[in-house]
Design a protein. Structure first.
Length: 142
């Protein structure tokens, strides 16, 4: 009998990305080269935790804004002749909306890109999140 493995959705996504390979000129290469992310509402307690144990195999690069991360992911796919891709993760709300221009660019040029957008919390238990902690002008966290 097989042993049951319990995973969160984020852990399952990360495992799936790690298991995807492509053969290029006789060399097997992981199809996902890593990702870009800004951790905020909706993706800190899940995706960050799932990526941490595999950060050497699936590196995550911190972006300064979501649009530039999407453009960098599209450039990565273009450089690799559409054979490899990177993912982008953004927080729920405005962060996800900022990926739209890069998504349109990738779609128009048929470039592969995976966007993992944050979700709203069911409860406020994960509060405060990284974006709130980095805000030095907020007297609540001073």
């Amino acid at each position: 009998m097989r042993e049951t493995i319990r995973l969160t959705v984020a852990q399952a996504i990360v495992r799936w990305l790690l298991a995807q390979y492509i053969e290029i000129d006789g060399v097997e290469t992981r199809i996902c080269g890593g990702g870009f992310g800004i951790f905020g509402h909706g993706n800190v307690p899940c995706l960050g935790e799932a990526l941490y144990p595999v950060h050497k195999e699936l590196p995550l690069y911190r972006g300064q804004n979501e649009q530039s991360m999407g453009f960098a992911a599209a450039a990565y796919a273009k450089y690799h002749l559409r054979r490899r891709f990177m993912f982008c993760t953004a927080s729920a709300g405005p962060g996800t909306a900022n990926l739209l221009t890069a998504a349109a660019l990738a779609h128009a040029n048929r470039l592969p890109m995976l966007m993992l957008c944050g979700d709203t919390f069911l409860t406020r238990l994960p509060d405060p999140v990284l974006q709130q902690l980095e805000h030095f002008g907020n007297p609540r966290w001073a």
